[in-house]
Design a protein around this ligand. Structure first.
Ligand SMILES: [Zn+2]
Length: 530
């Protein structure tokens, strides 16, 4: 029996490797140039790849073998479980599968290529963000914020149809809805995660409210308004995910003005003993017409072909984003070639986010600003209080935003027919303390691309931040034995050996326990930022 299982696993990997590579390559090609032909090519490649996982007789066989996983060697048992988990959501009819892939790709491409109507012309995501970042006229800020929601109004009806199809198929597979299914297949206990979120909500409430009160006051002074309300166009991005530049982070932007963001990213990783030269060569880093406006890292073959896409500008946001994306990239690069393809991947989405976040935070770290950023000791001293305050505010803002989105998303899947426009603003008001615009009944929620293109994903960012803080604590006190991260090659060695190379060999929380001596806890994050 175990022999039969080994043979199946080998056969499966041989089938899936070329299809998975082809799918990744097509995804990359569409992202760097969004043409209809490339969109069609991606749909075809994705369908060929996913078809493997919709095979009914394979699935029945896998179900039969599940109880025998414990008799297998640990590595094979783990591979079997992960393969089974990938089959589950694809046990749907071919036509339905094709329909879903087409709908997903259509929405993805709409996000990639949409240009909002603004001031009589068209504006890109980056252009609207620039306005929200720097404009001081509140009327123009409001117009830019409203324009940033247009994509959502185009996406919403398509997304709602897709959500209903996802739910219908999840129910057929025995889950209450798609969201719950995705939690289980991501090895996340929904109840545990949401009770953790309740604790984070309580722990951060006062600190967030205080921070926001002074932020709002600073922003209102800057825009010369004496409104008692805190409308969403006060903030520097369409969803109040980020800390706005009210004087504070402006000075951090100045640090990066005219600087070579790519070279700084390389120096950072070099300093912790991780070489990224090959990753830089494979990357597509600068803005172009028709190219995806976002940032991501793609592990094409689990064998070294790792590609990063960014749209670099010389500001702090893109410095942090570059450090973040190359965090994903080093995780993928420094895998263990001796383990099977299926395991040559991060233990979990949250663990790769943790590595990306741990490094993405560095652009606001005083030590990093001197060692890598090249600031004089005096400048760094002057900026360090601002830098820490910025990072702390960012963490609080991001946490409250993520609580908003994840709770909304759960409700969205539990009942997509409810008044979602109202539900959205209720969540925003409660967790982010932002005043909903008067009489607004539009699907503003749908302009957040994650809801459409990365469903049931956002909780991983919160869990990732918690893990990043836990890792940092461990690195400071057990690895380098000092409160220092940059410039220490032991950091890279530790990450490669204890986090990257284990891949998906263990369940994520077991990997964290082995790497840091304890399972994931919120305490380190709370101590660091709240
Ligand atoms: Zn990421």
């Amino acid at each position: 029996m175990t022999h039969e299982i080994s043979a199946f696993i080998q056969q499966h990997e041989q089938t899936v490797i070329p299809l998975s590579i082809d799918y990744s390559v097509k995804f990359w090609e569409l992202s760097i140039n969004g043409t209809p032909e490339r969109e069609k090519a991606l749909v075809d490649a994705k369908e060929r790849y996913l078809k493997v996982y919709s095979n009914k007789s394979d699935f029945r066989q896998l179900q039969g073998w599940r109880s025998k996983a414990s008799q297998l060697p640990a590595v094979e048992g783990r591979v079997l479980k992960l393969i089974y988990d990938t089959y589950v959501p694809h046990q749907i009819d071919d036509e339905v599968l094709r329909d879903i892939v087409e709908r997903e790709t259509e929405i993805e491409n709409l996000f990639n290529t949409f240009r909002a109507g603004f001031e009589g012309g068209h504006a890109s995501d980056n252009e609207l963000r620039d306005i929200l970042h720097t404009e001081t006229s509140i009327t123009r800020r409001k117009a830019a914020w409203e324009a940033s929601k247009q994509v959502g109004h185009a996406v919403a009806p398509k997304l709602l149809e897709l959500i209903k199809i996802r739910n219908r198929e999840a129910k057929k597979l025995g889950y209450p809805d798609y969201f719950s299914m995705m939690f289980e297949l991501q090895e996340l206990n929904e109840q545990w995660v949401f009770s953790l979120f309740d604790r984070l909500d309580k722990a951060s409430l006062t600190a967030f409210a205080e921070m926001k009160r002074s932020l709002d006051a600073a922003l209102k002074t800057r825009y010369v308004i004496n409104d008692s309300e805190c409308y969403p166009w006060l903030y520097a991005d369409p969803f109040f995910q980020e800390f706005p530049s009210a004087g504070a982070s402006e000075s951090l932007d100045n640090v990066f003005k005219g600087r070579d963001i790519q070279a700084l990213t390389r120096s950072h990783y070099e300093s912790i003993g991780l070489n990224v030269d090959d990753l830089m060569k494979a990357a597509d880093l600068y803005e172009r017409e028709g190219k995806s406006q976002h940032a991501f890292c793609l592990d094409v073959d689990h064998a070294g072909d790792v590609r990063v896409l960014c749209n670099i500008r010389d500001n702090e946001r893109w410095m942090s984003t570059m450090l973040h994306e190359f965090g994903h990239a080093v995780y993928d690069k420094y895998h263990d070639p001796a383990i099977p393809f299926t395991l040559r991947t991060p233990a979990h989405i949250l663990t790769t986010e943790a590595i990306a976040m741990l490094n993405g935070r560095m652009s606001k770290n005083p030590e990093w600003l001197t060692t890598i950023g090249g600031l004089s000791a005096g400048d760094a001293r002057r900026l360090s209080a601002t830098a820490f305050l910025t990072l702390r505010s960012e963490m609080l803002i991001f946490l409250r935003w993520a609580l908003t989105l994840v709770r909304f998303e759960r409700e969205l899947y539990r009942n997509p027919d409810q008044d979602l426009n109202r539900l959205w603003w209720e969540h925003v008001e409660r967790y982010q303390m932002v005043t909903p615009p008067a009489n607004r009944n539009l699907p503003d929620w749908a302009s957040k691309n994650h809801l459409a293109t990365s469903p049931a994903y956002y909780q991983n960012y919160v869990l990732g931040e918690l893990m990043a803080s836990q890792l940092l604590q461990f690195i400071h006190y057990k690895v380098v034995c000092a409160e220092s991260y940059v410039g220490n090659a032991q950091v890279g060695t530790y990450l490669v050996e204890r986090v990257f190379k284990p891949g998906a060999r263990q369940e994520w929380n077991e990997m964290i326990r082995l790497a840091t001596g304890e399972e994931l806890r919120p305490d380190h994050f709370v101590r660091q930022f709240v």
